[in-house]
Design a protein around this ligand. Sequence first.
Ligand SMILES: *[C@@H]1O[C@H](CO)[C@@H](O)[C@H](O)[C@H]1NC(C)=O
Ligand SMILES: *[C@@H]1O[C@H](CO)[C@@H](O)[C@H](O)[C@H]1NC(C)=O
Ligand SMILES: *[C@@H]1O[C@H](CO)[C@@H](O)[C@H](O)[C@H]1NC(C)=O
Ligand SMILES: *[C@@H]1O[C@H](CO)[C@@H](O)[C@H](O)[C@H]1NC(C)=O
Ligand SMILES: *[C@@H]1O[C@H](CO)[C@@H](O)[C@H](O)[C@H]1NC(C)=O
Ligand SMILES: *[C@@H]1O[C@H](CO)[C@@H](O)[C@H](O)[C@H]1NC(C)=O
Ligand SMILES: *[C@@H]1O[C@H](CO)[C@@H](O)[C@H](O)[C@H]1NC(C)=O
Length: 396
Amino acid sequence: MKNPNSNAQNPVNSFSKLFNLQHYLLQTLTCFLLLGSGVTLGIIISFYIKDFTFSLQFTQFSLSSTQRMSLLPPLNATQESNTSHVRLGLKEYLEPPQVMHDMNDEELLWRASMAPKIHEYPFERVPKVAFMFLTRGPVLMAPLWEKFFKGHKGYYSIYVHPNPSYNGSDPETSVFQGRRIPSKEVEWGKVNMIEAERRLLANALLDISNQRFILLSETCIPLFNFSTIYSYLMNSTQNYVMAYDEPSSVGRGRYNHHMYPEISLQQWRKGSQWFEMNRELALEVVSDTKYFSLFQKHCKHSCYADEHYLPTFVSLKFWEGNSNRSLTWVDWSKGGPHPAKFLRNEVTEKFLESLRSKRCKYNGGNSTNACFLFARKFLPSALSRLLRFAPKVMHF
Ligand SMILES: *[C@@H]1O[C@H](CO)[C@@H](O)[C@H](O)[C@H]1NC(C)=O
Ligand SMILES: *[C@@H]1O[C@H](CO)[C@@H](O)[C@H](O)[C@H]1NC(C)=O
Ligand SMILES: *[C@@H]1O[C@H](CO)[C@@H](O)[C@H](O)[C@H]1NC(C)=O
Ligand SMILES: *[C@@H]1O[C@H](CO)[C@@H](O)[C@H](O)[C@H]1NC(C)=O
Ligand SMILES: *[C@@H]1O[C@H](CO)[C@@H](O)[C@H](O)[C@H]1NC(C)=O
Ligand SMILES: *[C@@H]1O[C@H](CO)[C@@H](O)[C@H](O)[C@H]1NC(C)=O
Ligand SMILES: *[C@@H]1O[C@H](CO)[C@@H](O)[C@H](O)[C@H]1NC(C)=O
């Protein structure tokens, strides 16, 4: 505005500055006095009219509350008057009334990742086995499974993740009725296969009573009756995620160096995707963002994420509780990228007995038990024989 040096050279300016300063001080003092008495007066007044102020504030509160209400979208008549959807007791929170929902994957995994912090259940918790079917269409061995589940309601939960385009339905009386979960496209060997497995786990975790989680395909069969499998799993102190170090091109050869340092070549594992695990590990799997996102980014093309993600993740972080073997028998002896398929003529009593009688270490230590509780891959033509042999060989 002005040259800063011009003031110092003019004595008149210096005098008026001094005068201004005095004037300014006086003004400030007056201001403080007025303000002080104002505050005092304010306190006195508000003390006398406290009741009035209070009622004024109260009126303001009810007013703004009404205003807030009017900002919400209006509830339509059916929503407001229909109270039949209100959840009534703890029971309705323990097990979702319907498995179908419209949560997206992000919302579902987040919801499923929660665990109770109070460890004593305020109800009688009957632990259940979650049978999770990852299928293209129908569960091909459904009639055999129906027989297997019969009479054991309350001890199991079923979840089916078919291809989204599958439009078939199950009979009203079927154990698979209403057990289809929201699904997405799955391609063999792609990372979206793991996304589907995590989706199955997350849906099953929403039921607080599910304690053991088994992944099955449409061609899987049970080798033992329900009570034997239930006891085996409930008494187990281990998880069954197959994991081994495969030095060849179909093992370590699929490792991508971009995963380093989170995953090193020495930590890379291979194994069958058909797992069985307890609730604690299932919670860790749905909550894993670190390792899973590495696989989403760097396990593509001939990497086959479904054969490496869980074996590597579990061996890295939760190897202590893992048996490193699968409970699902499969025949790789014929070579090639896919295991052998079993048709009608290959299914004999002797064959089924041989699968049932294989022995493995159970719960560490020296005790042994059956190696395999399930087997694959059985085609529809094998069904009639399986149904016929089930009572005699498999006791169901
Ligand atoms: C009321 O809500 C239901 C469910 O949200 C919806 O299907 C229906 O169309 C709504 N009706 C009106 C009149 O808005
Ligand atoms: C209330 O909702 C339930 C489903 O949540 C439905 O079966 C029932 O018919 C509804 N009742 C009325 C009066 O709209
Ligand atoms: C199911 O899908 C098939 C094609 O994939 C179609 O031919 C058939 O009509 C559909 N059935 C129903 C009941 O929608
Ligand atoms: C289940 O199978 C076992 C043998 O695996 C048998 O001892 C048991 O009696 C069977 N249980 C039922 C209820 O049939
Ligand atoms: C666990 O095993 C014991 C005997 O080994 C048996 O008595 C018990 O019933 C089993 N528990 C379950 C849940 O099956
Ligand atoms: C499973 O494999 C891990 C290494 O990945 C090893 O440390 C562990 O001892 C193995 N567990 C059993 C039961 O063999
Ligand atoms: C396992 O067997 C070995 C040899 O037979 C024995 O020395 C050891 O004490 C056994 N361990 C248990 C836990 O029974």
